[in-house]
Structures are given as structure tokens and as C-alpha cells.
Design a protein around this ligand. Structure first.
Ligand code: E4P
Length: 217
């Protein structure tokens, strides 16, 4: 599981549970951290992660050349950085180019809304595809069907590309995505808290606490 945030306090709060394989960011999440550049935020997040955890940063650019150059800049900072490349015409070309030049670089194809995009990203050699579950739902798309079809296709093709579900607005979307065949999910800190807080469990635990009072040896 990954945490979808660029906020240091949120990362510090979740890290002790030892659930995290890393942190995913995007330009919108970075922009929320007012007054800090992408470089500063990346350094701060990397200082909290261990050598096996990944920080995903999204490359941006109006042209293929700009996108490629930004990806190279991002990747030059730290070996724990994995690159997010948007799954559009420029992006597909940059993914393939990066993989060909540096097979060790980990690439996530982002902004996935279809099986077709995932297929092309897998052909380009991407390590992950990130279907945007809630944004699909908002457009009337059947996100879990798209994810399970993608998982079936990847299995059939024998490609190692993994599905990292993203863009969730409730916890049911997260579990449905995993059951549909995603191997990973990236979740906001708010939703991780919701996943932890089960009212029935809290009530049961409180009752046990009450009964245990004075009964300890
Ligand atoms: C992660 O890779 C995506 O950028 C992110 O999950 C998008 O989430 P949103 O739809 O909540 O902005």
C-alpha cells in the first residue's frame, strides 16, 4: 500500500504502522504544500523513507522532449524515486524510451481510464499502471470491470506490469479494486484513518477496557 500525499505530517503519522511501500505524489498534491518546491518536498519525503520504499513523482511537460527531460531530472535525484508518466501519446513514447535506455528505472503509467491505455503502457514496459477509480466512477465508467479486465489481460499476456489502484473517495472502492485484481493501491491519509476506525470494533474494545479495569492481576 502507498500513501497518496505530499504532506510530511500525514506521512509521519502513517509510517509507524509499517504498511507503506512508499508515497505517491502528483502535481496537484505538490501544489497543496504552499511555499515548497517539488525538490524540497521530495527531499523531505525521502528523508523519512527507507531504502526499500519508493517515492513516485510525476513528470510533466507540454512536449515529448519536455516530458523526457523532466523525467530525467526527477530520476537523477535519488535511486528510490519511481517516475510517473501520463498515459497519453507523448507519455507512451517517453515510457518506452526511458525503459529502453534504463531498464532499471521503475515507471508507473498514470491517468489510466481504460484497458486500452493499460495495454499500451504494458507494451512500453511500464512496471505499474494506475487506474483512477473514483474519477472513472464520476464519468459513469465501471472501474472494477476495467481493473479486472486489465488483470486478466496482463495475466494472459504474461507481462509483469502491476496494477496500482488510485483516486479513491471511499473505502469500498479500495477493497473492490484489490479484489478486482490490483496488486497495490495508493490511498489518502483521510481514507487510511477511515479504514482503521471501525465503530463496532471501537465499541467492543471499549467494553473490554471497562471490564478489565480493576480485574488485572
Ligand atoms: C495517484 O497516482 C493519482 O494521482 C491520484 O490518486 C489521483 O487522485 P484524485 O482523483 O483524488 O485526485
Amino acid at each position: 500500500m502507498f500513501l497518496d500525499t505530499a504532506n510530511i505530517t500525514e506521512i509521519e503519522a502513517i509510517l509507524p504502522f509499517q504498511w507503506l511501500s512508499g508515497v505517491t505524489t502528483n502535481p496537484t498534491l505538490l501544489a497543496k504544500e504552499k511555499g515548497k518546491t517539488r525538490a524540497i518536498i521530495s527531499r523531505e519525503i525521502l528523508s523519512l523513507l527507507d531504502e526499500n520504499q519508493r517515492l513516485f513523482i510525476q513528470a510533466t511537460g507540454e512536449t515529448q522532449a519536455e516530458l523526457y527531460e523532466d523525467a530525467q531530472t526527477i530520476l537523477s535525484k535519488d535511486a528510490r524515486i519511481a517516475i510517473k508518466i501520463p498515459a497519453d501519446q507523448n507519455g507512451f513514447c517517453v515510457m518506452a524510451q526511458l525503459k529502453q535506455e534504463r531498464p532499471d528505472v521503475e515507471i508507473l503509467a498514470t491517468a489510466i481510464f481504460s484497458v486500452e491505455q493499460s495495454y499500451l503502457a504494458a507494451l512500453a514496459g511500464c512496471d505499474w499502471v494506475a487506474p483512477y477509480v473514483n474519477r472513472m466512477a464520476n464519468q459513469g465508467l465501471h472501474a472494477t470491470r476495467i481493473i479486472s479486465d486489465t488483470a486478466t489481460l496482463f495475466k494472459q499476456l504474461g507481462v509483469p506490469t502491476k496494477i496500482l489502484g488510485a483516486s479513491f473517495k471511499n473505502t469500498a472502492q479500495i477493497t473492490e479494486t484489490l479484489i478486482a485484481g490490483a496488486t497495490d493501491v495508493t490511498i489518502s491519509a483521510d481514507l487510511v484513518e477511515v479504514m482503521m476506525a471501525n465503530k463496532l470494533a471501537t465499541d467492543s474494545i471499549q467494553t473490554f477496557q471497562l471490564h478489565a479495569k480493576g480485574g488485572r492481576i
